[in-house]
Design a protein. Structure first.
Length: 545
């Protein structure tokens, strides 16, 4: 008995050390994916005890599943109680049919929990309408106060929709088939009418800035961000494709050095330091940027365009939002984007606010309308803030030393080994094994994806770990969504060609009528499309009959 107790103490001590050194939620979920539910529970329990109600709703739900599968019904119900009572969790169908929670079904507390979730579901539209009304009113007041001073034209528009997870839309304008609640019009959209993403989208024949209801509580930053897109798109069309080279080993190092120099410049601006001090760090950031872009000049145009789109939208959201400390917000954005596993699509959300705020601090006249792209390097040079040469290695070394080069270099070396292994695995999956292939008939196809879950396969395409594809005009094969990203050792995804016209999936496990189910995706074919075998190796293709 004493030996068993000692073993338990040692095991708990090891779990606590692991909890302190790693991301406990992700580690617990990795054990859950392996179906090692006891190990997952040992990892999640101390995290739950330490964080409690501070956990996200996703973490609470996943944790409840883990605890229920490990036989810890009381702890599982405790997590679900927080969701139902404090977070107004309303997905009744999900919670009542989730097999992970089946061990709770016979408990008296279970029916009470379902009653609360059902009540939340009934009252959700009205509660959301009040939140939408308050958020839209705040954003309107902020933008009416700006009155076009920032960009030379007013950004406010009533063409604004909030979208909740149940595909309900909330609008200040009357919508077809809508009901009014607290001055907000509520309509039920179809599952394929709007993507679950913050973006300008077309609804009932009109372009709207669409905001997910989960983003309404960020001091109007996201609402202003999307309204900026809506206005900018009237004046110019900009490319928003991922900049693939930014996940290369050398490019990531240089981008991280740029981030650090921008952080240092923003910190000095926040403290009201001299313009010379801020400019010195900004000059280092531009040096790292110049070196990086000189090695990949073929991608510079795409990089400038996505920064002029997403970067300037994020800058505008920061500047005109109700957030008080814009510099601190920009630093936190840099920290968040730097920690992302991939940089190809996320980088402008950090660089746009950073450069914009620094140019403003230095008194540079740089905002000249929404009808052209903005090159931050060119703006720096035109302001005569210093000469930068991509070939000046003597300048690079001391600049890199000033901005934590050694730490960044060591971290990126470790990352390179892990990403190379992932690339090799995915390359084999999509080039050496049979696949299901489909080519778009029309490029006007909606995609919504996790920008942090992409992997570039050089010369092949981009693998999206989490992606939804929606046919918006009936001209393409159908719609699909991924259901899992796989595991660390066996990642999964959908491969898209670099021109985004061809998708490759793993072979379907099941085909039932027009529905295809794979190990990591679900796909629904439109009428008139079918699957056929293309060769003796087992490859399949979706074609129009």
């Amino acid at each position: 008995m004493k030996k068993a107790l000692l073993l338990l103490v040692l095991l708990n001590g090891a779990v606590m050390r692991l909890w302190a050194q790693t991301n406990p939620y992700q580690t617990a979920m990795a054990a859950y994916q392996r179906k090692d539910y006891h190990a997952a529970a040992l990892l999640f329990n101390p995290y739950f005890a330490a964080k409690g109600e501070a956990l996200t709703s996703t973490q609470l739900y996943d944790g409840a599943c883990i605890l229920a599968l490990d036989g810890q019904q009381d702890a599982a119900l405790s997590a679900l109680h927080i969701l139902a009572e404090k977070r107004y969790f309303s997905s009744l169908n999900r919670i009542s049919t989730d097999s992970d929670l089946s061990s709770l079904h016979g408990l008296p507390e279970w029916n009470k929990l379902l009653e609360k979730v059902a009540e939340n579901q009934r009252t959700e539209p009205g509660r959301n309408a009040l939140k939408v009304k308050a958020a839209f009113s705040q954003a309107k007041a902020l933008l009416m106060e700006d009155n076009g001073r920032l960009w030379g034209k007013p950004l406010w528009s009533d063409s604004l929709l909030a979208l909740d997870p149940q595909h309900r839309v909330y609008s200040m304008e009357a919508l077809a088939g809508a009901q009014n609640s607290s001055g907000i019009w509520i309509a039920q959209a179809g599952e394929r009418e709007l993507n679950q993403s913050n973006a300008p989208q077309v609804y009932q024949g009109k372009s709207y800035a669409v905001i997910l209801t989960s983003y309404l509580a960020d001091s109007s930053a996201t609402i202003i961000h999307e309204l900026f897109h809506l206005k900018q798109q009237h004046d110019i069309s900009l490319n928003g494709n991922p900049v693939n080279y930014l996940d290369d080993y050398e490019a990531r190092q240089l981008l991280r050095l740029e981030y650090q120099a921008l952080r240092d410049a923003l910190a000095m601006a926040d403290k009201g330091k001299s313009k010379n001090s801020v400019t010195a760090n900004l000059r280092d950031a531009i040096l790292f940027r110049t070196l990086r872009q000189s090695q990949h000049s073929q991608s510079t145009k795409d990089e400038i365009e996505i920064e002029s789109s997403e970067g300037l939208a994020n800058y505008t959201g920061f500047v005109l939002s109700a957030y008080r400390n814009k510099y601190d917000l920009a630093i936190r954005e840099l920290n968040s984007r730097e920690q992302a596993p991939t940089y190809t699509r996320a980088f402008p959300y950090a660089t746009g606010p950073a450069y914009g705020l620094l140019f403003d601090y230095l008194g540079i006249h740089w905002r000249t309308g929404l009808n052209h792209a903005y090159n931050f390097t060119a703006i720096f040079r035109q302001a005569n803030l210093g000469r930068i040469s991509a070939s000046d290695t003597a300048t690079f070394k001391p600049a890199a030393k000033r901005h934590k080069y050694t730490d960044i270099h060591d971290q990126e070396l470790k990352r390179k080994a892990a990403i190379d292994q992932k690339i090799n695995y995915l390359t084999q999956e999509f080039t050496q094994k049979p696949v299901l292939r489909v080519k778009l008939a029309d490029p006007n196809y909606n995609r919504s994806f996790d920008m942090y879950g992409t992997t570039v396969l050089e010369g092949i395409g981009m693998v999206y770990g989490s992606i939804t594809g929606t046919d918006i005009n009936g001209k393409n094969f159908g719609s699909f969504k991924t259901t899992t990203t796989g595991t660390e050792d066996q990642p999964a995804g959908v491969l898209a060609s670099f021109d985004n016209m061809v998708f490759r999936f793993s072979l379907p496990l099941k085909i039932e009528g027009n529905k295809l189910t794979g190990s990591n995706y679900e796909l629904v074919l439109n009428p008139g499309w079918a699957v056929r075998k293309t060769d003796n190796q087992g490859n399949l293709e979706i074609i129009k009959e």
